[in-house]
Design a binder for this molecule. Sequence first.
Ligand SMILES: Cc1ncc(COP(=O)(O)O)c(C=O)c1O
Length: 467
Amino acid sequence: MKRVLEQLSREIEDYYQDVDRCDLMPDFDRQSIRNHLRENYDFETPIPLEQLLHDVTRLMRHGNVQSSHPRYFGLYVPAARFTSVVADSLVALYNPQLGATTHSPAATEIEQFTLQFLASRLGMNPKTCSANYTTGGTEANLTAIITALTKMFPDHGDQGVRSLPSLPVMYVSEEAHHSFNRIASIAGLGSSAVRVISVNERFQLDMQQLEQQLRVDRDEGFAPFLVVGTAGTTSAGIIDPLQELADLCKDQHLWFHVDAAWGGAAILSPRLKKHLVGIEKADSITCDAHKWFSVSMGAGMFFCRHKDAVARAFSVRAPYLSKQDEDVMEPYDTTMQCSRRFIGLKVFMSIAELGTTGFAEMIEKQSRLADLLQKRLIEENWLVVTSSPFAVVCFTHERIKSGEISTKELLNRVYANRSVWISATRLKGSIPVLRACITNFRTKETDVHFLVTELNKAIESKLRNYD
Ligand SMILES: Cc1ncc(COP(=O)(O)O)c(C=O)c1O
């Protein structure tokens, strides 16, 4: 054990020291990884742990995109701070079962303490709201839809969708996360129950379109029940008009869910939290710690103002599930999970270690670097299509717009040096753009300049090919 621990701690230390020098892109293709696994692991012959550790760390270093690299300007995958590594090790070591408070009072109190702190920052009453950790944003969004159905249609819990006199429909913008389509199917509504509202020129949910669709649906006998406002869209970090959505939902008796999977972290920043105004009126909120909080996956969070509805939606009774007190909601009463990992330790330890000031500095720095990126792109004749206060920039180039180069070709050029990673997306489902997000506390100004240089090289080398 001692030797393995030394080996493991050396690996962790080396990685934290070397990550900016290691290859960002995988060295191995999938076929060679498959061959390696087939040749070395028959699952018959036991393998010493030291040897296993050596092989697995090699695969991790050379077989994956290194999203912890400071030049990973990628998806909403942060570099995990060291605190998360320590916390996740402790969780694996003690392996507490968080299904029931009787089993793990310390762990459940640590989780609730942290969630209540965040709930109050999000504008909910920590004493009366319900909050729990989820595997991620998708599960938190699913929890919101099931809870809203339970609250808005009292027969739904027992009788299901088939008992309802009219089909419930929900509203998301065309830039909302795709999870809602999947969730509508899982919830038995069917994906056609998701009304996709177009966005305005700032890529925010269009309020007029929403109101018009609500009128049409009511006239046609549907039962609108929920509107999603996104605080940090997946493609572009755009924030929907949360305040207006909250008012409309109040007037029309609709559940207001805010999907702040990425942007919710801004609530801890004195400079950025103004962009979330309106979130405090939400009936429920999704916020992922494993995104902008820089903790390791998976750590989603679900907050809901209506504790009673959460209890009705998820409460279960089984002879093998212990209950400390009939009036106390056990963790298994509030989530889809039964056996549950101690997800919240890394969130607790991260916030406690950094403090809210340190935390705010971390994300504000990333948002300032995104501003710098935007400025540099404009100086170099790139066309900035969207910029978000939440550290995401979507951009294009005349050559892309004219169809001379596709975003895919450009990305291949950028990836060729294996030293920087960005992604591409389509806004409004059809406008191709490149997307760079600063998700890493290690990223510095020099990395932003490096990205712009690589983009310039990529577009110029492509142009040379055309000459
Ligand atoms: C706005 C938004 N909501 C929900 C999700 C889903 O989160 P997860 O991947 O943790 O399930 C994402 C993922 O990027 C997201 O960007």
